[in-house]
Write a protein that binds this ligand. Sequence first.
Ligand code: MRU
Length: 364
Amino acid sequence: MNVHGKPTRTIWPHPSDPGIIQIIDQRALPHEWVVEDLASVADVATAIRDMHVRGAGLIGATVGFGMYLAAREVSDDVTGFLTRAGDLLKSTRPTAVNLAWAVDRQLRAIAEHPGDPVATALRTAIEIADEDADACRRIGEHGLALIEKIAASKNGAPVEILTHCNAGWLAFVDFGSATAPIYAAHDRGIPVHVWVDETRPRSQGAKLTAWELGQHGVPHTLIADNTGGHLMQHGMVDLVIVGTDRTTRTGDVANKIGTYLKALAAHDNGVPFYVALPSSSFDWKMRDGLKEIPIEERGSEEVKFADGLCDGRRCEVLVAPASTPAANFGFDVTPARLVTGLISERGVCGATESEILALYPEQA
Ligand code: MRU
């Protein structure tokens, strides 16, 4: 994606120091552009847990590079050290399956090429990042066909798309999942307009999705989280596209808290509800999302405080009474029956086990 007019990824090895991986510290956006150096597996664990980086695909890519930094720290007992490093990384955020997927992929690659774990881990980390970017580019191509079809019936009026949280470029290595079809349509001159859910408590929509759509020149409007149902009742949404942190082989979708309510509203109003995901976000072992997907609970201060710019400086303000107890469930599960379709790098399919496996027969 273009940032300040220049093609940019969300994670990259330092150009001259092989001991450093660079990320964008997303906590500072949209007000400041901060590039952070990660020099150890401990730095990577902190960056993921405290959400300097976030979003399923980017967490997976960051873990890939984290295992490379871990491999540089090994002195003896390579397998034991890297397994412990992987366990540390897996413990940082429980819902996004990309995290465990990337750790296990690194451990397998290093076990298969034990001669030079550092070189193997770097090569694998770069592969994970490149594959993530390529998968998102292809999601864009497949999702574009859906937008083109709607555009054909709109007599030149913009296709109205609602999205939740940030499943954009910032949640992946490039392009994003939910945003990739939107960027593809915009780049081809199809008029689109995006309703951006604010996404409390961390406001990934307000801070990140609004910023990145703006950087790319895509028309958009920020809305408070509870607005989507009203817009759908009044015919102001043609299509919902969201991302996912983990989707079962039966099509149940875990995504940022509030996604389920959007899916219910879409169902009630006959609005198509699509989920965009690379195959690294499928959990091939799980069948029942409600029972099996672990839902992350974060600190209550994220709900009680809001943050932004005060007199030109970043600051936090207490919104609720200081003593009020607050609960902070990070994700919810949208049952497959409410999902119109899944957009993956292999194409668009229904959210059923048979249709998913028709695209991914190797998982049968
Ligand atoms: O808590 P986050 O910001 O890491 O959560 C990310 C999301 O839930 C997004 O909604 C996204 O759709 C999934 S990541 C592509």
